[in-house]
Design a protein around this ligand. Structure first.
Ligand code: SF4
Ligand code: SF4
Length: 184
């Protein structure tokens, strides 16, 4: 009986000395990393078109589109890695060429911190921080583009009106030369 108790105590003491599996896995040898793991997302706001395809295809609704005060892109994706299953569909569907505006190439992501607990959920978002100067530059470019388009439309309209007027005058001259009903 005494021997059995001593044996149990020894076993418990030995077990206490062993590092806990979760701590051992994630800290000493980052665990659960699949050979096909492609890392976390990077988002290129400068080539994104705001088409929303990545958001629509995400099977777990991990993407939220961040609205922007410009026309193109009028929104860019941000990813909640706490929900993401790293399937890569968002990258596959992204239509930008030659480079994808969203891709899983951002290196490792530690989902558990050194003490084995989750940090605040905010840490698991891939946020897209766009410099204000870039937004202002894009606004200017869009205004310039709109101005040029309006100018071109006005020019085309003026040309069409001038052409119509010239045709009407030519018609009138023709009628004066040979009035209707005049016998030849
Ligand atoms: S990798 Fe998959 S789950 Fe993660 S954001 Fe992209 S589509 Fe959604
Ligand atoms: S990241 Fe790609 S798929 Fe997503 S909105 Fe931008 S262009 Fe579209």
């Amino acid at each position: 009986m005494l021997f059995q108790i001593s044996e149990r105590i020894l076993r418990v003491l030995k077990a206490l000395k062993e590092p806990r599996i979760a701590v051992k896995d994630v800290v000493k040898e980052p665990a659960h990393k699949s050979p096909i793991f492609r890392g976390r997302h990077t988002v290129r706001y400068d080539i994104c078109t705001g088409c929303d395809a990545c958001n629509k295809i995400c099977p777990v609704d991990a993407i939220k589109m961040k609205p922007l005060p410009i026309k193109r892109p009028n929104k860019v994706p941000e990813v909640n890695l706490a929900i993401c299953i790293f399937c890569g569909l968002c990258e596959d569907v992204c239509p930008t060429k030659p480079e994808k505006a969203i891709k899983l190439a951002g290196g490792d992501i530690e989902m558990v911190t050194h003490d084995g607990t989750h940090e605040t959920l905010e840490n698991f978002w891939v946020r897209v921080n766009i410099p204000e100067e870039w937004i202002e530059q894009k606004k200017k470019e869009e205004e310039e583009k709109a101005r040029k388009k309006a100018e071109m439309m006005a020019k085309k309209k003026a040309e069409a009106e001038a052409k119509k007027k010239a045709e009407e005058e030519a018609q009138k001259k023709q009628e004066i030369k040979s009035p209707k009903g005049e016998e030849k």
